[in-house]
Design a protein around this ligand. Structure first.
Ligand SMILES: [Zn+2]
Length: 334
């Protein structure tokens, strides 16, 4: 397989996505695209980048090779403006919200139109966000697809899709990439005050999140707030300053990091080692925090934090939620 040239984007296309991209392009160019294709791979592996690059490559009329879109032709421009007549990208209105049946009805209408390019293409990401009605409506289309229709579903947790949807899709699996390859890809993006190793640890080893942490001001600010919240949790003798810090953070990014911190505290207690995430914090503070709770309490807290994360989409009052969570760290039986 030839490799993708790296010039198409300011940041090189992730090398572990080259071969999946080539397979996607080949599928469409075979003129018999499968009506459903499930792109399955862990959170942050680059499913979104893969699908966007693929869709743009199909939109592009001036591509110099089989893989990279030119970025300048009318096809690329209309794709980038989200107004391409034969390509539709569907996502929740806000991150974490459901994709509702109205959106899927629009997909079905869109797919029923005729096409002049190789296919009418729709992406749904994350596919697990479809609610039951939306998924059932999409299933009907996958069972009786209009000619030339191709729906790409991206999922980090494909088991959450109904078995009937999964059975209607061809599956393209994106495995977690080799960590040396990820480090090599991120190396040119390292910036002052944050090494690649730190960015990967802070991003829970998700390559795309680490990349954002190295160049996206919003992600950098999010990490700064989460880190301050977790530092305050480790160092504070009372819950109140911690509640304020938790309230300033976005729980969607904070909770997975909190879970990771609890694992680091457990590791520190059991093996006297600091893991990569633990090393982002003061050793003494982490040790003190871990010893004060002990292994059983740490694992109970970890279990609780999984529940908090699961209940996030339905919890209405974030302020109360933060108080409840933080007080849990001070409620101990001894
Ligand atoms: Zn183009």
């Amino acid at each position: 397989m030839s490799s993708l040239p790296a010039h198409a984007e300011p940041v090189a296309f992730p090398p572990w996505l080259r071969s999946p991209l080539a397979s996607l392009v080949a599928l469409v160019q075979s003129r018999q695209p499968p009506p459903g294709l499930l792109v399955a791979g862990p959170e942050g592996v680059g499913k979104g980048v893969l699908i966007r690059t693929f869709l743009q490559r199909i939109a592009c009329t001036e591509a110099a090779d089989a893989w990279s879109p030119c970025g300048n032709c009318n096809g690329c421009r209309s794709f980038l403006a989200d107004s391409h007549p034969e390509i539709l990208q569907v996502a929740p209105e806000e991150p974490g919200k459901e994709i509702l049946i109205d959106r899927i009805r629009a997909v079905i209408d869109f797919l029923s139109l005729s096409h002049s390019g190789p296919a009418r293409l729709v992406s749904v990401q994350p596919a697990e966000s479809m609610n039951v009605n939306a998924a059932n409506a999409l299933l009907k289309t996958l069972e009786e697809p209009p000619e030339g229709a191709m729906v790409l579903l991206a999922a980090a947790r494909p088991a959450r899709l109904t078995p009937t949807i999964r059975s209607r899709c061809r599956i393209l699996r994106i495995p977690a990439p080799d960590s040396a390859l990820v480090r090599q890809w991120l190396a040119p993006m390292a910036r002052e005050g944050l090494t690649v190793d730190e960015a990967l640890a802070a991003s829970l080893d998700r390559p795309m999140a680490a990349r954002a942490l190295l160049d996206d001001p919003e992600a950098i600010e999010g990490w700064r707030q989460d880190r301050e919240a977790l530092e305050t949790l480790l160092e504070s003798g009372s819950p109140f300053p911690v509640v304020a810090r938790f309230q300033a953070s976005d729980l969607r990014s904070l909770l997975p990091r909190l879970q990771r911190l609890l694992v680091s505290a457990q590791t520190c207690l059991i093996s006297d080692q600091m893991d990569a995430f633990g090393r982002l914090f003061e050793r003494e503070a982490l040790e003190r925090f871990a010893r004060a709770r002990g292994p059983k309490e740490l694992s109970r807290l970890f279990q609780d934090s999984l529940h908090w994360q699961r209940d996030l989409p339905t919890s209405l009052n974030a302020q109360l939620r933060c108080e409840h969570m933080v007080l849990r760290f001070w409620r101990r039986d001894h």
